[in-house]
Design a protein around this ligand. Structure first.
Ligand SMILES: *Cc1c(COP(=O)(O)O)cnc(C)c1O
Length: 436
């Protein structure tokens, strides 16, 4: 998808899926974004089904003939409609909690289409995953192996396990919070400890080692860290096979494929696919991928209305009805999201675009050249399909936004905007005291 300057696309029966500008108006597929803002209200996340499909198909096609499974990382955008859409494309899922398992089942994924990742799974979550018959569990510590073995024994089954290796390579993610494959991180089993963990699986009767897994970080646009990690992980698989672990049949290379938020180099999907496929072929294993951001980020736009304009300390402010509780990425990762007006006024200003939350860290953009938008105008925060709504909170008792799926010339609300009643639903004002 082209980013930066919006392309003028022909919006008709043969429109391009995604966001484009036509006659001075922003469209998602063939639907004017401003129409959605009016009909559904703001803030609202809008997703293009066509872009999700496009991304999935591009990755899937690039993997060509090598046996592979694309397991979408649910945490990037866990909306049931997005999950259903990817399921229809043939994807599996990668989950990191019992809640995501529940969503995956609700969306219609079978157990064998699910892999279970995460550094801190509870016994209950592991039990729920085994009950569903997940393809394998990505185990991140010896302690987890022991718990999984106990849980599997109680169920009278053998749990299929992939060990998540920390390949301990240098990763150049744009923010250190999204690097996960360097030495000393909490994720994965330290490289030099993996053979011991593998031996432990042998002494535990209710687990079986079927794969090796890695996930080195997020928003990676270069293949280099993958190449380094694959080399180390491949050597490990060869070593483990020499140690007689002959049931290893999956190589899970995790997610991390980058997208263009601003001026990053676009991910060379074909190069990536060729590299991971080559590693899988050399080891004669089924390749498993866990892309999240790559499949959904560019498909999403956050619509927000301008509430006020003001000047303070020589600075220009655009105050919007979306804040850090709706889109956390700018304040949490200092992430850049392009901001466009749904009906640009044509002249531009340098401004901070900020939300209503009572925090100085509540901003969507700082010192940004943006459209000289006036109160009532609607802005679109681009590339918001991944780690957007899923990180939304109710901070400042703000109801979470609506989510809308667009497919061609149709759109549907896929998450209703929260209401005030939802904010207090789980709370009890009349206290039911208990004593120990
Ligand atoms: C978050 C995560 C992913 C997806 O990462 P992206 O950068 O969104 O592709 C994949 N696997 C694991 C284990 C993760 O934690």
């Amino acid at each position: 998808m082209g980013q930066g300057v919006l392309s003028a696309a022909a919006v008709g029966p043969d429109f391009e899926p995604g966001f484009s500008s036509r006659d001075g108006e922003l469209y998602c597929d063939a639907v004017p974004a401003g129409h959605i803002a009016e009909a559904v209200g703001t803030p609202a996340y809008v997703y293009s089904a066509g872009v999700v499909r496009q991304q999935y198909r591009r990755l899937d096609a690039a993997l060509g003939g090598v046996p592979h499974r694309v397991h979408y990382s649910v945490k990037a955008n866990s909306n049931l409609a997005i999950l259903r859409l990817l399921q229809a494309e043939g994807a599996g899922v990668d989950i990191v909690s019992g809640g995501e398992l529940y969503r995956a089942r609700e969306a219609g994924f079978a157990g064998r289409d699910i892999v279970f990742s995460g550094v801190g799974k509870t016994a209950r979550e592991l039990d729920e995953a085994l009950a569903e018959g997940v393809l394998f569990v990505n185990v991140e510590s010896e302690g987890e192996l022991v718990v999984l073995d106990e849980v599997a024994r109680a169920r009278g089954m053998v749990a299929p396990v992939a060990l998540r290796v920390n390949p301990e390579v240098m990763v150049d993610s744009p923010h250190h919070y999204i690097r996960t494959g360097e030495k000393g991180h909490k994720f994965g089993i330290p490289y030099d400890d993996v053979r011991d963990a593998a031996r432990l699986t042998r002494s535990l009767p209710n687990v079986e080692l079927v794969g090796i897994d890695m996930h080195i970080g997020s928003q990676l646009s270069s293949f280099e860290p993958y190449a380094d990690a694959l080399e180390r992980v491949s050597a490990l698989v060869t070593q483990l096979r020499a140690d007689d672990f002959d049931r290893i049949r999956y190589l899970d290379v995790g997610g991390g494929l980058g997208v263009v938020y601003r001026d990053e180099p676009a991910t060379d999907v074909e190069r990536y696919a060729e590299g991971v496929a080559r590693a899988a072929r050399a080891l004669d294993v089924t390749l498993v991928l866990e892309p999240g951001r790559f499949l959904v980020a560019e498909a999403g736009l956050l619509l927000t209305k301008v509430l006020y304009r003001k000047r303070s300390g020589g600075k220009e402010y655009v105050i919007t009805d979306a804040g850090m509780n709706d889109l956390l990425r700018p304040s949490h990762y200092e992430a850049f999201h392009e901001i466009v007006a749904t009906r640009p006024r044509g002249h531009r200003v340098v401004a901070d675009v900020v939300g209503p939350v009572c925090e100085s860290g509540d901003f969507l953009a700082r010192n940004r050249v943006v459209d000289d938008a006036r109160p009532g105008d609607v802005l679109g925060i681009r590339t918001a399909g991944a780690y957007g709504f899923v990180m939304a909170s109710n901070y400042n008792s703000r109801p979470r936004p609506a989510e809308v799926l667009v497919d061609g010339d149709r759109y549907a609300v896929v998450t209703e905007r929260e209401r005030y009643e939802d904010l207090v639903r789980q709370e009890r004002a009349a206290l039911d005291w208990r004593t120990a």
